[in-house]
Unconditional design. Structure first.
Length: 355
């Protein structure tokens, strides 16, 4: 009788577990991927997706469905790769990973002015110090696995490999003519009237006169220039080639001889004058100039492929299954539903403004 009751209880429990399995893919408890020692829920995936969107300063409802689905799947695969790699890494653990993680976090803290600024950054990233330590520790463990399993199998690229890559990618070694210059800007608002523009031009011409009489260009730029990016450096700009500056600035810069100072000229930003410090003619870099760069690139490619193959094997061993349902097919475009072009995902860093 007791055995009969025990068996009934076991069967009832099994039925309840199956009956209570979460089937709604939007439920935080829904398992989106699983395998041997692997289980990722909707809540965990959503947390990682939200972090990625935060880095891009995007809201979920602002990302087109196709791009969002692609992002979600990419992040899920990254999470799976991390879990299978971590499980494998812990078979031969990095004994001091916890200590190294804490030390690395302390070094990160030193990049902030004070503890409050660090805490504010944690809050902005929606994480905690403890979670960061755990994340760093896991990365150290996975890196240790890669050093053990990937790096020993890699062969250094041969001279033939380097020559082949150099020959097959000629455009990579082309360098356009560049100019190194310093300038002074007297800013003029687009809405300024003629009298204001005339006064600003006189200010620029007076500053140029000081330079022509022998005052250091750097000194005049620091006192007069309205360009915040170069003012503190005495008006010095990073080297630039054609297509990087506004047309008139570019025209004056490339037509002024090295060591010479231009006349005052106008751009949409206001009135400038510049001094060309140096020019470098267009050229093709020789193989010996870029050999080390090519070697590093080819080595990274080999590391990437070896890592991909290792992760592929680990996923097979863990019998990983992705349980997310496929995204719905896009609605057909008809005469009454014109296509909408999706805005591109912004890059990780803004491009520099043109002068």
């Amino acid at each position: 009788m007791q055995k009969h009751l025990s068996l009934c209880f076991t069967l009832l429990t099994a039925v309840l577990v199956v009956g209570c399995a979460v089937k709604d893919p939007k439920d935080p408890r829904f398992v989106v991927a699983e395998g041997k020692g692997i289980k990722i829920t909707r809540a965990q995936l959503d947390g990682e997706v939200d972090r990625a969107l935060l880095n891009f300063n995007l809201a979920r409802d602002k990302v087109p469905a196709a791009q969002f689905n692609s992002l979600e799947m990419n992040i899920l695969n990254q999470m799976i790769n991390r879990q299978v790699a971590l499980a494998e890494a812990r078979k031969s653990p990095l004994t001091n990973a916890a200590v190294l993680a804490k030390e690395q976090l302390e070094r990160m803290k030193k990049n902030f002015p004070d503890a409050k600024a660090f805490e504010e950054q944690l809050a902005k990233a929606k994480t905690t110090e403890q979670a960061m330590v755990q994340e760093i520790e896991q990365k150290l463990e996975v890196d240790h696995l890669m050093r053990q399993r990937v790096e020993p199998s890699l062969k250094a690229p041969s001279d033939e490999d380097v020559q082949k890559f150099y020959s097959e990618n000629p455009k990579l070694w082309q360098r356009n003519e560049t100019v190194q210059a310093q300038h002074v800007l007297v800013k003029v608002d687009a809405s300024a009237d003629a009298a204001t523009k005339a006064a600003k031009k006189k200010t620029a011409e007076a500053a140029l006169a000081r330079v022509n009489k022998g005052e250091a260009f750097e000194k005049v730029a620091q006192e007069v220039s309205d360009d915040p990016g170069s003012k503190a450096r005495g008006g010095e700009l990073p080297p630039f080639s054609k297509g990087q500056m506004t047309p008139n600035f570019e025209k004056v810069a490339f037509s002024t001889a090295p060591g010479k100072t231009s006349k005052v000229f106008e751009t949409p930003f206001g009135f400038h004058f510049l001094k060309v410090k140096a020019k470098e003619a267009a050229k093709n870099l020789k193989l010996e100039d870029v050999k080390n760069e090519i070697m590093s690139h080819l080595k990274r490619l080999k590391q990437g492929e070896a890592t991909r193959l290792l992760l592929e094997d680990l996923r097979k061993e863990a019998a990983v299954k992705i349980l997310l349902p496929p995204p719905p097919a896009p609605a057909p475009v008809t005469a009454t539903t014109p296509p909408v072009s999706a805005p591109p995902v912004p890059p990780s860093a803004p491009a520099p403004a043109k002068k």
